[in-house]
Ligand binder design. Structure first.
Ligand code: IDC
Length: 496
């Protein structure tokens, strides 16, 4: 049990805690033992599956108002680990866990509650902790028995329970805004500000969604492909949800003209927003594969785009495209330096972190996702990148994605229907197997590329971007046809 010694505060001081369980739960077990209303009350509910679980923790302050809190508890089994949390900053030492409030939920008035959560892993057993502290004081109080019976089923690994929608970071002094009804039918109008919940990307209602869309080619080469007509076709004819804006750093990219490329990215963010599309800002590192080579550039670039786009709901940040030839700990170190730069300006945006071996979760360099699960990036509201090229990457990669998807939030920010060279024929069987898997797991994706490059991965026939027509099938390659057919199917986003 973590215990933070500090002077007792009136109302938070609890006597006679022995034997008083704030909660005891195996799957879900609300506290039914109403104790004297003192200090704090915690309900801790879990949904478990083989090796993993999602915990939802509601903290009620029964004492004096607090401004900033730390919840402490101890896992009963030494094999239990916090993997990824939300709405709090988690630390684990041995079996002892602390969850520290974040800026938008630190203020808790007397009687106020807040809900946080995390995904965990377990090895031999998954009992729930039975005692909690709030700012060092044991929580024994509370009458927080849920009025409706909480779910007691064990969900399949890929669908954590509909977790309480995490807050969308209202400033602490104003009441949380009531969620407006959708005012339109575009992906951004319906889904609003996105947030990672559990292993999913969730919309403004806290419900898992999948975004499907296209990636630009390198802006330094194919700027002519991204104009009002082509983006209208992407939104209206393709019915896409997402535009990935691929800004190479090397190869005549950002490093040659930081201001120019930053402006180009911002212009495309605006064009996506105007059409209700999400915009994925891709800091397209590739060669060299060590993201640290571009650390300073990344900080400069993300400081600029996050400040400029902070108020927008449609922006997602992808901080490094395909790290390669470097360890996971190097990538993690990079991420932990770049993410705070973004958060300082745009605290509620989802950030996506590249993975080892050209964003293969390590597989292309002989590893696997365990290295991430065991050593996750210390930040919340993040996802991890997976990339594939269907003609090159098949069952062993699909198996790893399936395995990782129950433990890590994944986003396929880039994939091709062809070989990893970006060229060659469409592998329809493998592409179909991949996209069926991603649909089933609700993993979002962007296809390489929405361009007329002379290579098999391009959606448009060469020369298309020098004409005015992008809609319809006459301008499409085999890959373009395949992708348009997949992306045009209805989205079915939850709206409550
Ligand atoms: C390829 C482009 C190609 C370009 C090359 C080098 O299709 O025209 O010459 O990059 O810049 C990736 C990378 C992506 C690659 C793509 C296909 O993220 O930049 O694009 N690919 O090779 N990872 C795996 C494949």
């Amino acid at each position: 049990m973590i215990s933070i010694p500090r002077p007792s505060r009136r109302g938070l001081l609890v006597g006679g805690a022995a034997g008083a369980l704030a909660l005891a739960a195996t799957a879900v077990l609300p506290m039914t033992n109403a104790m004297a209303a003192t200090g704090c009350a915690v309900t801790y509910t879990t949904s478990s599956w083989q090796g993993g679980f999602t915990a939802t923790v509601t903290i009620k302050n029964l004492g004096d108002p607090v401004n900033g809190w730390t919840l402490g508890f101890t896992f009963p089994d030494s094999g239990q680990r916090v993997v990824q949390g939300w709405s709090a900053t988690y630390q684990q030492s041995g079996s002892a866990v602390t969850a520290r409030s974040v800026d938008y939920n630190g203020a808790l008035a007397t009687g106020a509650s807040t809900t946080i959560g995390f995904n965990g892993s377990w090895t031999s057993a998954n009992p729930s902790p039975t005692s909690f502290t709030l700012n060092g004081t044991t929580c024994t109080g509370g009458t927080t028995t849920p009025t409706t019976p909480p779910p007691s089923t064990t969900p399949p690994p890929t669908t954590p329970p509909p977790t309480t929608p995490p807050p969308t970071t209202p400033p602490p002094t104003t009441p949380p805004p009531s969620t407006p009804p959708p005012t339109g039918t575009t992906p951004v109008a319906i889904n609003g500000q996105l947030r990672v919940c559990g292993v999913n990307l969730c919309n403004q209602y806290g419900r898992p969604i999948q975004l499907r869309g296209m990636s630009t080619h390198g802006l330094q080469w194919f700027a002519q492909c991204y104009n009002d007509a082509s983006l209208n076709a992407l939104a209206d004819d393709w019915q896409a949800d997402l535009l990935r804006i691929s800004m190479y750093v090397q190869e005549e990219g950002y490093e040659t003209n930081p201001t120019g490329f930053t402006n180009q990215v911002n212009t495309l963010v605006d064009k996506a927003e105007a059409r209700g599309l999400y915009a994925l800002i891709d800091f397209h590192t590739l060669t060299p594969g060590d993201p640290m080579y571009n650390l300073d550039r990344a900080k400069t670039f993300f400081a600029a785009v996050s400040a400029r786009n902070a108020a927008k709901k449609n922006v997602i940040y992808e901080i490094t495209n395909e790290p390669n030839g470097v360890s996971w700990s190097t990538i993690k170190n990079y991420a932990e330096q770049v993410i705070p730069v973004i958060r300082a300006n745009d605290p509620d945006a989802v950030v996506i972190v590249g993975t080892r071996g050209w964003s293969s979760l390590g597989v292309s360099e002989g590893g696997n996702s365990d290295e991430i699960v065991n050593n996750p990036v210390r930040a919340d509201n993040i996802m991890y990148t997976f990339h594939f090229y269907a003609a090159s990457h098949k069952d062993n990669y699909r198996n790893e994605v399936q395995r990782a998807a129950s433990r890590l939030p994944l986003f396929v920010t880039e994939f091709g229907t062809v070989s990893y060279t970006g060229d060659g024929a469409v592998d329809s069987a493998s592409s179909t197997a991949w996209l069926d898997l991603l649909d089933r797991l609700k993993i979002s994706y962007a296809n390489w590329t929405y361009s007329d490059a002379s290579e098999g991965s391009a959606a448009f026939k060469p020369g298309t971007c020098y004409g005015g027509t992008y809609a319809g099938t006459s301008v499409l390659t085999d890959s373009g046809n395949f992708m348009r057919n997949r992306i045009r199917t209805p989205d079915n986003f939850p709206t409550s």
